[in-house]
Design a binder for this molecule. Structure first.
Ligand code: PLP
Length: 412
């Protein structure tokens, strides 16, 4: 670990954010790198009972190269889902073997590129497994299992889970074994990622059982990868994944498994949201206050082109008026400037908002910038990191050049 990472302090407070909005303009993404480190250490410490633990940052949550570099220096590995993310990881300094490529429905050509880079590969369908085995029988891979687990903890097939496009079904393992035998390909690990926020750790525990049961039949495995889905709180009293209970259980079961299994195994987690969500603040400027017959709108200088989660997932993100901390609470619907319904927060209790105020949207570190677009021909926002109390621009705001860069203009 680099020395300069040792003494980072949590420095983000209201005045600081206001200052940064003035300095860099809005809309603006700000990431507190201390918080990222804190979350990383929290997870590491929670599972300190496991000797061979690897935390792979699932970088689709936020691919700014500086976040990747920071986590690499902290000792993290990387979980990637596209060949471009693999290349970003290598660029950030991750050794190939610290990168796992876990794609879904990509072409064999893309997987061949990953072999060229020498990264670890997780496959999740039998057709590709067969093609892979025929080409690279000596390049061990991981297998993503679809455990068909329903919340409530019963192991059974549900129609919904059969329809999931992820993973090789738990019930297709005999077919998988046949492919391995026919091609001579070896398996180095098993992987699962159920995808959902783990609010109830019971589901997670059931899934882990399936993985252990599956793995015990295969020799010389290196790792078991439990994926992610760690939930972070979005409001003050929101539930989050109970790391302590989860680690107590997993640590015990994993140790027991290793004892039965015989060789040294590594346990992998691949959190995205857990590591970066809470580090992020999204600052927007209030352009207009608009009263209608039913509501008061606060219209801001951004929209779902920059911050998609509320419109796409119905996600709740806390919104604070950082310009008016002493104002009285009133109710607002905070909306963006995109020309279709574009709501950040419906009927929210917020300190009185005036035109010109700066609003801060919380939990903006994961799946926010990385899902942004140029819809309505708007520029994507700038990104700033805070490290040791200092702020650094880590992505420039786009300009008209970026909007027209790849347009090929035809003379007419
Ligand atoms: C997206 C993803 C993750 C991260 O999920 P979070 O909910 O952000 O922690 C982990 N593993 C894989 C394979 C993923 O696709």
């Amino acid at each position: 670990m680099m020395n300069e990472l040792e003494n980072i302090n949590e420095t983000v407070h209201r005045e600081h954010l206001i200052k940064l909005a003035k300095k860099y303009g809005t809309p603006l993404y700000i990431y507190d790198f201390f918080k990222i480190k804190k979350q990383y250490m929290k997870m590491k410490n929670a599972f300190s009972g496991i000797k061979n633990l690897i935390i792979n940052y699932a970088c689709k949550a936020n691919t700014n190269l500086n976040i990747l570099k920071f986590l690499q220096k902290l000792g993290s590995g990387l979980d990637t889902v596209s060949i471009q993310e693999v290349e970003l990881g290598l660029k950030a300094g991750f050794k190939p073997k610290k990168i796992i490529f876990t794609p879904n429905c990509v072409s064999i050509q893309e997987i061949k590129k990953a072999v060229g880079f020498g990264v670890r590969i997780t496959l999740d369908n039998l057709s590709i497994l067969e093609q892979f085995g025929e080409n690279y029988s000596d390049y061990s891979v991981g297998i993503r299992i679809n455990p068909h687990i329903m919340a409530g903890g019963n192991l059974k097939i549900s129609v919904g889970h059969i329809d999931s496009k992820f993973g090789i079904s738990y019930y297709q393992i005999p077919h998988m074994k046949r492919i391995l035998k026919n091609t001579g390909l070896k398996i180095e690990g098993f992987h699962m990622h159920t995808g959902s926020d783990i609010s109830n750790i019971k589901t997670f525990l059931e899934v882990s059982k399936v993985l252990f049961q599956t793995a015990i039949d295969f020799k010389n495995l290196d790792y078991i990868d439990f994926g992610s889905g760690f939930k972070v709180p979005y409001t003050k009293n929101d539930i989050k994944t109970d790391l302590t209970s989860l680690s107590n259980y997993i640590t015990e079961k994993f140790k027991k498994f290793c004892k039965n299994y015989g060789n040294k195994m590594t346990l992998i987690f691949e959190p995205g949201k857990f590591l970066v969500s809470e580090s992020g603040y999204f600052l927007v400027h209030v352009n207009v206050i608009k009263h209608t017959t039913s509501t008061v709108f606060a219209g801001v200088d951004s929209g779902f082109n920059h911050f998609l989660r509320p419109m796409f997932y119905d996600a709740y993100h806390c919104i604070e008026n950082i310009s008016n901390p002493n104002g009285r609470f009133r109710f607002y619907t905070v909306v963006g400037y995109i020309c279709e319904s574009d709501t950040f927060g419906l009927n929210r209790k917020i300190k009185e908002i005036r035109e010109g105020d700066i609003l801060c949207i919380k939990n903006a570190g994961a799946y926010c910038f990385s899902m942004s677009s140029n819809y309505n021909s708007r520029y994507r926002p700038a990104e700033v990191m805070i490290l040791n109390g200092k702020d650094f621009l880590i992505r420039k705001r786009e300009t008209m050049q970026d909007i027209i860069r790849n347009i090929v203009e035809i003379n007419m």
